[in-house]
Ligand binder design. Sequence first.
Ligand code: BJW
Length: 239
Amino acid sequence: MVPGLSFRIVILTGAGISKESGLDTFRDADGIWAKVRLEDVATPEGYARDPQRVLEFYNARRRSLLSGRVEPNRGHYALAELEQKWPGEVVLVTQNIDDLHERAGSNSLIHMHGELLKGRCDACGRVSTCRDDQTLDLSCDACGRTGKMRPHVVWFGEIPLEMERIYDVLAHCELFISIGTSGNVYPAAGFVREARLAGARTVELNLEPSQGASLFDQQVIGPATEIVPAFVARVLAGG
Ligand code: BJW
């Protein structure tokens, strides 16, 4: 435990934390955007043009997540341990749509880009659990409309989830930690600036420096499974 310390810590995670669990990142050389065009699968316009293709893209990723071959790694577990042991509040904001933080035991979690294991009705807005493939003939349990169910994810041009709460916790945090994100996508890429405005110490843990690297007070470079547990151990030791 950390005697005398009880301030709020805000953590932002990106695809890099799940890479060693077997999930692809987006912008690395072998990443998702090297295989598909983001305009086709991650925009409302792409979905309007070819909804079947978009559903297939997310169905394949959902099947992979639930295949039994993808498990939380030491980075996810370390963040859950930090939440359990830190005397102050820890808020984990993830851009990831996988459920690896939950499986590792994190509770104080915001999925700002949505969740792969949920679907949403475009007609009535109802969000529901979705562990099977989505098809165009699905109907909504709440309003009964057919053909309106889509993945509960945030595409380019859409407003990320729980932004008011995120800006509120950023305005009152003393340590901001960014893990495994390239800093290419806003508004998440701007969180480090918000945290600095609040007077927080800012730390980046990543395989390589991100776009906004100069905005961090400290950087630790390496794979998440090594650097996240080591950094958490230092924080819990009061360092
Ligand atoms: C490792 C590792 C290992 C590898 N260990 N690390 C300003 C200018 C121009 C445009 C905009 C702007 N502001 C906003 C926009 C528009 C747009 C945007 O940002 N465009 C940019 C391209 C410029 N943003 C939006 O449209 C957003 N909405 C919005 O702004 O609404 C307006 C609004 C905001 C706030 C309030 C009110 C209104 C929505 C963005 C939605 C993004 N959606 C996606 C898809 C989600 C569903 C899905 O998964 O399919 O989210 S795109 C994709 O990128 C996904 C990710 O969450 C997101 C971020 O990617 P991430 O996580 O950073 O991954 P990578 O691959 O980029 O980086 C991985 C990192 O890990 C790398 O650094 C590696 O080195 C590292 N790594 N292995 C540690 N082992």
